[in-house]
Write a protein that binds this ligand. Structure first.
Ligand code: ASP
Length: 442
């Protein structure tokens, strides 16, 4: 029998109705033996996640304010879930302990972690699975970073012989037993760590979308879902703003060669997206590209100087100025006598003149200007390696739409093409690329 670790996100567990859907999914496949829940998320768009309610309680406690009302609202949410599920369970003594600890300033990480802890107890009871407190098995260092070397043997030893268990996401404890959390959305990371410890065949991550889409649905109407994506492609897209999964969730399963399957709790019949290390060469996708994503808010410093290319150390001097100013560049397209440096505008905001003056002093350029309002698009696809003319097609689609391409950069892995355009052209550029690579293939 093979084994699945299944993680359910906050919207999949927001109330009894959602939890029932999750339980049905778990029960429908006996390989789903280890369950990692988030805290109850939003039930409707104006709702507040339990995690945020807990952070709020902690803030009140830190200001020496009474948390009675704020905490009651949290207890009510859990009691509502317990009632609606019709299970025999009282969390009253847990509530008392948590309230006391938050009031005694146990801190924000402890407070936030109780969202998944309590939800875990409820779900374990509902499923009749063993409950394992993540503080027992997920180890953090004293500085708050995760310690994988200590966690893996601990987890393996604890789970040995355990048939089925619920292990709450998002937190663990440091070597002194102090509760620590991952950054927001960190239950994804817990699921991945557990999947790697038990050598799961697949890590299922259940959420409220049917996997990754080729493009942002707010920009492209009904974009196609991505059925298979590699970890590398995902990194490129995630870096450029596509998000479904916590970034740190990739590494543990990737190292263990375990695929992640993103699934939709509300539409369990959808196959979702498979994230894999490698796709066999003969399993070509129908499309050259896998996805398109992008980010706004970039700026460029454009420098011109005659004979720049023969001036020894020119780039280094410019880069040193940026480094000294804490500016981290993302791209550096260059010509014979020109050089552009592209970075997030926020890194230079308020210090524009100062930085330009320093570059002038360092390399005495003929011309230098700062251009803001730049967007970067990543067109990502493992299929590019076996296809000719991808960049040409991107250019053609931009030219058709009269969109000026400020820069283009093809990664050496031939996995992506990055283009820089004006922010105003952002949506249209994505639509045109989607048309060119997806619609025209239909
Ligand atoms: N509940 C935590 C959060 O809201 C962690 C998670 O859901 O993954 O960030």
């Amino acid at each position: 029998m093979n084994l699945k670790v299944v993680k359910f996100g906050g919207s999949s567990l927001a109330d009894a109705k959602q939890i029932t859907k999750a339980a049905e999914i778990i029960k429908s496949d006996e390989r789903r033996r280890f369950v990692v829940p988030s805290a109850p998320g939003k039930r409707f768009s104006a709702d507040i996640k339990v995690t945020d309610m807990l952070y709020n309680c902690n803030n009140l406690a830190m200001e020496n304010k009474n948390i009675e009302n704020a905490f009651s609202a949290i207890a009510e949410r859990y009691n509502g879930i317990i009632n609606d599920l019709g299970i025999e369970l009282s969390l009253d003594s847990e509530f008392e302990t948590i309230k006391k600890n938050i009031t005694a300033k146990a801190g924000s990480e402890y407070a936030a972690s109780r969202g998944e802890y309590l939800n875990g107890i409820i779900i374990a009871k509902l499923l009749d699975y063993e409950f394992i407190d993540a503080a027992e098995v997920i180890v953090f260092n004293e500085d708050g970073s995760f310690n994988n070397e200590k966690t893996q043997p601990k987890l393996r030893a604890r789970l040995k012989g355990v048939e089925r268990a619920v292990i709450p996401g998002f937190y663990g404890a440091d070597v002194n037993g102090v509760v620590r959390t991952f950054s927001r959305g960190g239950s994804d990371v817990t699921g991945s760590i557990i999947a790697s410890a038990v050598k799961a065949d697949v890590y299922e991550n259940w959420t409220d979308v049917s996997g990754f889409l080729v493009a942002d649905p707010r920009i492209v109407e009904k974009p196609k879902a991505i059925s298979v994506i590699t970890y590398k492609e995902l990194r490129e897209l995630a870096y450029m703003g596509a998000s479904v999964l916590h970034e740190d969730a990739i590494f543990p399963v990737r190292a263990a060669g375990i695929p992640i399957n993103i699934r939709n709790t509300n539409i369990p019949e959808d196959a979702g997206t498979m994230i894999v290390s490698e796709v066999p060469d003969d399993e070509h996708s129908k499309y050259t590209i896998t996805g398109i994503a992008g980010k706004k808010g970039f700026a460029a410093i454009n420098i011109e100087k005659a004979m720049m290319n023969s001036e020894l150390g020119f780039c280094r001097k410019v880069l040193t100025v940026l480094e000294n100013n804490g500016i981290s560049i993302e791209h550096m397209p260059s010509g014979i006598d020109t050089l552009s440096l592209i970075f997030p505008y926020s890194q230079i905001e308020g210090r524009e003149d100062e930085v330009i003056a320093q570059i002038r002093k360092a390399v005495a350029p003929d011309q230098i200007e700062l251009e803001s309002g730049i967007a970067m698009l990543a067109v990502v696809g493992r299929g590019m390696r076996r296809t000719r003319g991808t960049a040409a097609r991107i250019f053609a689609s931009m030219a058709h739409a009269r969109i000026n391409v400020k820069m283009i950069d093809q990664g050496s892995s031939e996995l992506n093409v990055i283009i820089g355009i004006g922010e105003a052209d952002f949506d249209e550029a994505i639509r045109k690329i989607y048309d060119m690579f997806i619609n025209s293939v239909e």
